[in-house]
Every structure is written in structure tokens, then in C-alpha cells.
Ligand binder design. Structure first.
Ligand SMILES: [Zn+2]
Length: 248
């Protein structure tokens, strides 16, 4: 956050539910970011969105709104999420895939994903073992996400949680608090080959043999479930979200 001035009035940001003026800024911000984000999705680099690309299309008051969200502390929202800080994209990121799921029987490409090289190798080794055991593998629905893209996702999901910052934070981390942006504790959101994922089918994901397999074997490959049921961070149970920790 160094170098960015935090606008006055941040204290007034209503974390229970955005005030009407804040809500208007949220929606105009999302509108201005829609086309650039879609363009980056088409070229497969939305996950690498830079702060410059995020701020560039915005008017001054929208930038101030973004800065106010960016300055929020998860601790102040009743969460004990760890602060990892904002690291720039590490040079070791590699592209995963191309990846394809069968959606209603039709082959559908997933958005391009990136992982630190070491994590990509551990993931591949784990999937080869899963394929030997189950004849199936899990795909990477979401890997590395830049802090700017994490912020965009936070804004994008606010309307799904009645524009409550506190509630959204239980489901989407603020930039700097996400394991998706922390290469030394890199998270992967898994999706199975039939398109069963956390966002759209949380109960179905929990019932998958692939999930049972992960619970039994993932630790051997350095992967750990980050948010078990009733976790002390007050983060929602996420059976699809696993992070990698390299062995010391
Ligand atoms: Zn995740």
C-alpha cells in the first residue's frame, strides 16, 4: 500500500452495508472495469491484472473508493485472516493447461491460470497419483491472482452479499489476505472434470470421490485444506480451496 494516499472519509465506509453513495461508486467502478477485465480474460491474463490497469479507467472518486476498500483491515471486520502482504507477480509463474471441462456434455475451456513453478509441479505429481487411483483428475479453476485482480473480485462479489463488506470478506479475501496472491502459500481452487466446483456446487464438491482422495493424500504432495468447516478465521468452509506449503 506504500505510496498510495488513503482518501479522507475511509472511516465512514459502511462495512455492514454500503451507503447509497458508496453503492453508486461500486457500480460505476464495476462498469468501468468490465470491458478491460473481459479483454484480459480473452487474452488469458485477467489473473495478472496490475494496479495500473485497475486504476487507469477510473474517475478520481472511484479511485478513492477503490483505495478505501484496499485500505480495509480484515481484523477490523472480525476476521483473523492472515495478512500476507502484496507481492508482485513472481517471475517463476507458469501457465497451467490448456484446461477443459465437460459442461453439460460439451467441452468447455477454462480461463487460463498461473501457478508458481514449484506448485505447478507438485500439483501435476498429485494429479498423476489421483488419476492412477481414481481415473480422474481435478483442474485448476483459480490459481495465482494478483492483488489488483483480488480487489476486483472483492468488488465483483459485493452485490452477491447485499453489498456488505463484512459478509463478502467471509467469502472473498481482501487483497493482501488471499492465499491466491501469496506464492509461498499458493492456493488452488479445484474444479472437477465435470465442472463441479466450489462457487456453483459447494455441497456436490464436498461429496466428490476426488475430495475424499485429497483429504487422504494431498498432504503427501504438500497441499493442505485452508478453510475446514467451523474454522477459527470465520471464513466459509471451502472444500475446494487448498494451499501448497513447500517442505522446509
Ligand atoms: Zn480459493
Amino acid at each position: 500500500m506504500a505510496g498510495l494516499s488513503v482518501p479522507s472519509g475511509v472511516e465512514a465506509l459502511n462495512v455492514e452495508r454500503l451507503a447509497p453513495a458508496e453503492s453508486a461508486l461500486l457500480h460505476s467502478t464495476l462498469q468501468r472495469l468490465e470491458a478491460p477485465i473481459n479483454a484480459k480474460k480473452r487474452e488469458g491474463s485477467a489473473n495478472l491484472l496490475t494496479w495500473e490497469e485497475c486504476y487507469q479507467p477510473l474517475a478520481a472518486e472511484e479511485r478513492a473508493f477503490v483505495n478505501a476498500i484496499r485500505a480495509l483491515k480484515a481484523e477490523a471486520l472480525g476476521s483473523t485472516s492472515r495478512y500476507f502482504g502484496e507481492s508482485a507477480s513472481p517471475p517463476s509463474l507458469v501457465s497451467v493447461g490448456p484446461q477443459q471441462i465437460l459442461k453439460d456434455g460439451a467441452p468447455t475451456a477454462l480461463d487460463r491460470q498461473f501457478l508458481p513453478k514449484e506448485v505447478a509441479q507438485a500439483y501435476e505429481a498429485m494429479m498423476q497419483a489421483m488419476e492412477r487411483d481414481l481415473g480422474r483428475r481435478l483442474l485448476v479453476e483459480s490459481g495465482y491472482r494478483s492483488p489488483a485482480y483480488q480487489l476486483y473480485l472483492f468488488l465483483f462479489y459485493l452485490p452477491s452479499h447485499e453489498e456488505s463488506i463484512r459478509e463478502t470478506n467471509r467469502h472473498v479475501a481482501l487483497p493482501g489476505y488471499s492465499e491466491h496472491g501469496h506464492p509461498r502459500r499458493q492456493a488452488i481452487d479445484f474444479i472437477n472434470q465435470d465442472g463441479i466446483n466450489g462457487e456453483d456446487h459447494p455441497e456436490a464438491f464436498e461429496a466428490l470421490p476426488e475430495y475424499a482422495w485429497l483429504q487422504q493424500h494431498a498432504a503427501q504432495f504438500g497441499f493442505h485444506l485452508s478453510y475446514p468447516r467451523d474454522n477459527p478465521d470465520h471464513t466459509a468452509f471451502e472444500p475446494w480451496h487448498w494451499h501448497y506449503e513447500s517442505s522446509p
